[in-house]
Design a protein around this ligand. Structure first.
Ligand SMILES: *[C@@H]1O[C@H](CO)[C@@H](O)[C@H](O)[C@H]1NC(C)=O
Ligand SMILES: *[C@@H]1O[C@H](CO)[C@@H](O)[C@H](O)[C@H]1NC(C)=O
Ligand SMILES: *[C@@H]1O[C@H](CO)[C@@H](O)[C@H](O)[C@H]1NC(C)=O
Ligand SMILES: *[C@@H]1O[C@H](CO)[C@@H](O)[C@H](O)[C@H]1NC(C)=O
Length: 508
């Protein structure tokens, strides 16, 4: 075994600047200024890495390395790849040709690469892809043709890629979603198609991609998304709409994505997140709204339908001042909230109420540290890592961490907000009772007056009776009238109003 290796090593020639390992069968030539492929390497090598050199073309020496599994020719000067350059690489699994100057590929370029699973052509000068250019790659799972100049894509450009799971075609010059080209990719799970100039998405833009799980439309120039643009994506879990020109949240369009777990929608032009902005997205766990420079307000109920939210990020939204009370209430799984670098001046206690909530990042906001933030100060002193919050105003508290401030520094009269609450409640209850009493008194004032009057008249009547008692009355009279004679003390000789007719008690 040893002699065999030594033999191979002795035969093989390792160019200067390369490292050749005959045990692992790996050759690495990084920044070695090679301008042609080395011809006399160990023919059994499995990994050949010639990254960042000056190779201009792939010549016939490639045929000697038929055991290659991994070939990296990234960052070279390749302008074209001759037809059938890789005809002998039946075992090659990964081919990295990114960061070269390749301007064209044909259906003969990749002939022979029947085991290839990864092809990287990122950052080249491709302008168009003809029919079946990858049709000789039946095992291909990942294709990266991002950062090229592709503006023309044949409807059959992706023919034969039935195993493809990941496609990067971002940062090209497509001006419409190539719906028919994509429709051949029935196994595709991830599609990165941002940084093209789409301006709008039409209905069924991604028809046929029914296994799609990740769709990246970051920076795709979208100002308009038609009603049924996302139809036919039943399994979509992650959608990136960051950096477009949407002036409202596409609530209806998104609502079909019932499996969506992750949504990036920052750096768009909407000014408000209205109630139920993300209606129907019941599985949403992660929401990111970063750099939405027009966003001013988040309304209560914006996340009403998103009961599975765990992480919410609002950062670098320079106009975001208002987060309505109760906005994050009713989200039992919410753990992390980032509100970094917005224009938030204050925050109500009821913006979030949740036991699960572990972290709120409030750094870089122009917080005014006054009594309105006492609740947060208390929370911060209980859980030291709950939040980072520094005061921006008033002047004497500038740059002080909110956590370190005492209630009186925040200008609170009472030290304990709970105590304050209890006193407030007590005062409110007392006030309410007093009010009720007054209303009752007022409402029944006539009644009362009459009762008082009756009482006086009664007394008079009784006196009268008592006066008559000596002459006509018997005890029975009193009983009939419902008043026991002993009930009232016998008054002394009454000053009798002349002419006052005594009213019988029964008349009252
Ligand atoms: C490759 O493309 C050429 C035209 O450029 C065409 O004539 C030929 O049939 C294609 N070969 C295959 C295998 O599709
Ligand atoms: C390479 O193959 C393509 C398609 O098969 C063909 O159109 C082209 O002429 C070939 N290029 C050369 C240099 O033979
Ligand atoms: C959006 O696109 C549809 C057609 O796809 C069009 O009818 C509508 O006017 C467009 N709206 C805006 C605001 O551009
Ligand atoms: C906060 O601190 C506690 C212990 O004080 C720790 O258990 C917890 O993991 C920390 N949370 C974060 C988000 O750092």
């Amino acid at each position: 075994m040893m002699t065999l290796c030594l033999g191979a090593g002795a035969l093989a020639n390792c160019p200067s600047g390369c490292s050749c390992n005959d045990d692992t069968l790996v050759v690495v030539c990084e920044e070695s200024r090679l301008d042609v492929l080395p011809i006399a390497l160990n023919p059994s090598i499995q990994r050949l890495i010639i990254r960042n050199n000056k190779i201009k073309t792939i010549d016939s020496s490639m045929q000697f390395y038929a055991d290659l599994q991994h070939l990296d020719l990234s960052q070279n000067h390749l302008v074209s790849i001759p037809n059938r350059s890789f005809a002998y690489q039946r075992k090659l699994q990964e081919l990295h040709l990114n960061r070269n100057k390749i301007s064209a590929v044909s259906n003969a370029t990749f002939q022979g690469l029947t085991a290839l699973t990864v092809l990287n052509l990122r950052r080249n000068f491709l302008e168009e892809l003809g029919p079946g250019v990858f049709a000789t790659l039946p095992r291909l799972e990942e294709l990266n043709i991002g950062q090229n100049r592709i503006s023309r894509l044949d409807p059959r450009a992706f023919a034969g890629l039935s195993a493809l799971r990941i496609l990067y075609i971002d940062d090209n010059q497509l001006n419409a979603v190539p719906t028919t080209s994509f429709a051949l990719l029935g196994s595709l799970a991830e599609l990165h198609v941002g940084l093209n100039a789409f301006s709008s998405l039409s209905d069924d833009a991604f028809a046929g991609l029914n296994r799609l799980s990740v769709l990246d439309l970051n920076g795709a120039g979208l100002s308009n998304i038609s009603e049924h643009a996302f139809r036919g994506l039943p399994g979509l879990r992650s959608l990136n709409l960051f950096g477009n020109r949407l002036d409202t949240v596409p609530t209806h369009q998104l609502a079909v994505l019932t499996r969506l777990e992750e949504l990036y929608i920052g750096q768009n032009d909407f000014t408000v997140l209205e109630k139920n902005s993300f209606n129907g997205l019941k599985n949403l766990k992660f929401l990111d709204v970063t750099g939405a420079l027009q966003l001013e307000r988040i309304e209560k109920g914006a996340f009403d339908d998103n009961v599975n939210l765990e992480t919410v990020g609002f950062a670098n939204n320079k106009k975001l001042t208002a987060i309505e009370d109760g906005t994050f209430v009713g989200l039992p799984k919410l753990k992390h909230v980032t509100l970094r670098d917005n224009a938030i001046v204050t925050l109500g206690e009821t913006v979030f109420v949740g036991k699960e909530l572990k972290q709120v990042d409030l750094s870089d906001n122009p917080l005014v540290c006054d009594c309105r933030l006492l609740w947060l100060q208390e929370l911060l002193s209980e859980k030291s890592n709950f939040s980072t919050a520094q005061c921006a105003a008033p002047d004497h508290l500038k740059d002080r961490p909110l956590r370190t401030l005492a209630a009186d520094e925040l200008g609170c009269v009472l030290h304990d907000s709970r105590q304050q609450t209890i006193i407030c409640i007590a005062l409110a209850v007392a006030g309410a009772a007093l009010t009720v009493l007054c209303i009752v008194l007022y409402k029944y004032r006539k009644n009362m007056r009459e009762k008082l009057k009756d009482y006086k008249l009664n007394k008079r009547a009784i006196r009268k009776d008592l006066e008559y008692q000596k002459t006509f009355s018997t005890e029975e009279d009193y009983i009939v009238r419902g008043i026991h004679p002993g009930q009232y003390p016998a008054p002394p000789a009454p000053p009798h109003a002349p002419g006052l007719r005594p009213i019988p008690v029964t008349e009252l």
